[in-house]
Structures are given as C-alpha cells and as structure tokens.
Write a protein that binds this ligand. Structure first.
Ligand code: ZN
Length: 265
C-alpha cells in the first residue's frame, strides 16, 4: 500500500526498506521499515520490547493491531530526522501514542503546542489524562476566567475530574476574593478622598468669607480712612492696601486662586 502524501513530500517513506532497517512494524497490513536503535532511543517501551522479544535476530516483524497506519506514520515522521512539526491535525493522536510508548519528548512537544494555542477546557481534559502538569496549570488559569454557565455548558465539563473542578472553583473563589478586596480598598480610598475634599471645601469657604469681610474691616484701610464707617472705593491707598492683603491670602492656598480667576480680583 502506498500513501499518496508520501510520494509528493520529501519525508521519509517508511514503506521502502533501506540498508539499515532492522525492524518491521506491521500496521493495517502495511509494513513500515524502521530502525531498532532509533526507536529505542525515543521510547523506553520500545527499548524494552526489543530487548525482551527478540535478542539476536537481525530482521524482525512487530504487528501493531488496533493502530492506524496514518497515525503511526505521523509519529515516526515526528521522531525521525525530518521531525515533522506538531499541528492541530496530529497533536491528539500523537499525544495518545507518545503516552503509550512513553516518549516524553514528543509528549512535551505536544504539550507546548497545545499551551501555545488558543485555550479551552479540552486542554484540561487532555492534561488530566496524560498527566501534563504545565498544561494542567494553564488549563486551570483559563477555566477560572470562565463564567459558571460557560463551564457547565461546555461539552468538556463532564470529562473534568472532581479534583479538577475543585481546583477551578478554588481558584475562582480566590480570584473573586481578590477582586472584592480590591473594591474594598478603592472604596476606602474614595472615602478618604471625599473627606479630604470636604475639609478643603470648608477651608475655602472660610477664606472666601474672610475676603468678603475685608472691605468692612477698618484696620485694612489706609491711615486716612481707618476711622470711617464704610470703605471709600475712590481712595487709591485703601484699594492698594486691600489688594495687597488679598494677594497675600491668595498665596496661602490653591483655592483662593480659583476665587481670583472667577471673580477677577
Ligand atoms: Zn484711604
């Protein structure tokens, strides 16, 4: 059987025997010619199999019942020097095969691929199944940001283990608790600011009333008019004295500047 994809691509054709192939895998009645030493390096399961099943034989055949030709070929492409990249189309079955044959570096590549892609609850399900710690963490981080409805309506929800659900809910509670304490802190800051502003308002009011009374205060006038009943707006000396006084008060606070701006003092 020939796989059309292989004819076109520069990838190794495992259905063709080469001078060094010493193991034949039989998958769906197709013979794949591979190399004992190479597979053993990638998979301790294979190493054990080669060591125990056949010792000194040079050409041996191993049947892989139940495996798909396409999937096993893809796995071989990923470990041979061609090193096919992990992709959306192969990651799930590669993870399954790599787990069965204990190929930790392929598992790690699959995990890295899935973490770097768009997150979903599926990565949590896969992380649980294949014991992938980094992906599990990434999955919990994603899940805690979902609403309860999003979680419960997801098709993956029923595949989450109870301990995973507890981890998600625990993280959600922590997240909400942090949010609540942030809100509380903001409220505290706002109250503080409000109090500060009311103090400033009172200060401003007192400064303004002070300024308002200044024309009624006899000792703020010039020596000629200090004993008169009312302010003489015609007197330049009185006006200058008042003006100086107000400037002094203005220098005392920001709010008095506003007073000046708005009242053209
Ligand atoms: Zn005067």
């Amino acid at each position: 059987m020939d796989i059309p994809m292989m004819a076109r691509s520069p990838l190794r054709d495992f259905t063709k025997k080469d001078d060094f192939s010493d193991v034949t895998l039989i998958v769906e009645d197709t013979k794949l010619y591979v190399h004992k030493q190479y597979l053993a390096e990638w998979s301790p399961v294979w190493r054990q199999k080669f060591l125990s099943d056949f010792s000194e034989e040079t050409d041996t055949e191993i049947s892989l019942p139940g495996k798909k030709l396409e999937e096993v070929t893809e796995l071989l492409h990923c470990i041979y020097s061609t090193q096919k990249p992990i992709s959306e189309s192969n990651v799930r079955f590669l993870l399954e095969l790599a787990h069965e044959y204990e190929m930790s570096s392929i598992k790690q590549r699959c995990e890295e691929y899935l973490i770097s892609n768009e997150k979903s609850l599926e990565i949590l399900v896969l992380a649980q199944k294949f014991n992938l710690k980094n992906m599990y963490k990434a999955g919990i981080e994603f899940a805690k940001t979902c609403t309860l409805e999003e979680l419960e309506h997801s098709p993956e929800y029923r595949n989450l283990k109870p301990e995973t659900l507890i981890a998600i809910y625990k993280d959600k509670i922590t997240m909400m608790r942090n949010y609540a304490s942030d809100l509380k802190q903001s409220e505290k800051n706002l109250t503080l600011k409000t109090n500060q502003l009311s103090v400033e308002k009172e200060n401003m009011k007192s400064v303004l009333s002070h300024i308002q009374n200044i024309w009624e205060t006899p000792n703020k006038r010039c020596y000629k008019h200090v004993n008169e009943d009312s302010f003489d707006f015609e007197c330049q000396d009185c006006n200058e004295k008042i003006s100086r006084e107000i400037r002094k008060m203005c220098a005392e606070g920001q709010h008095v500047k506003y007073y000046r701006l708005n009242n053209n003092v």
